[in-house]
Design a protein around this ligand. Sequence first.
Ligand code: ZN
Length: 151
Amino acid sequence: MKTIEKRSENQHYSAVDLGSLNDLADYSLVHPKTKKLVEGKVFLKDATNATGTQISFNSLPPQTEQPYFHIHYKNEETYIILRGSGFFQVDDNCLEIKEGSVIRVAPPGKRGIRNSSDETMVYIVIQSKANSLEEHTTEDGERIPVEPKWR
Ligand code: ZN
């Protein structure tokens, strides 16, 4: 079983490496509720000490689907497809997906995903509390002078 490689951290950041996306299938975890082994999935919240999002990297073997549909209670999810192609269903709406497809799902949306391609599907899921974003981009932040260390 593969584990996340922690690089470094301090009070202002946490850096990890997941390794090649080709090897995502080597990650596995035991689902906290069902106690079943979930393969090809890795969560980042604990590894990066994230406080506002749960991000996962996921892989689905060729011609397979997630074996269940699910909902959330408070969190919305954004699915970002990086490799593979297939279908994403929310309630009664079935969408074709491929590299570059992005789908946000509100908490009660019944969602499922299928990889109908002959390559491993790779996708990211970003989970955050619905309606939690108050300020964003230019309203939350300012430019400050720092001498880059990469020079
Ligand atoms: Zn979910």
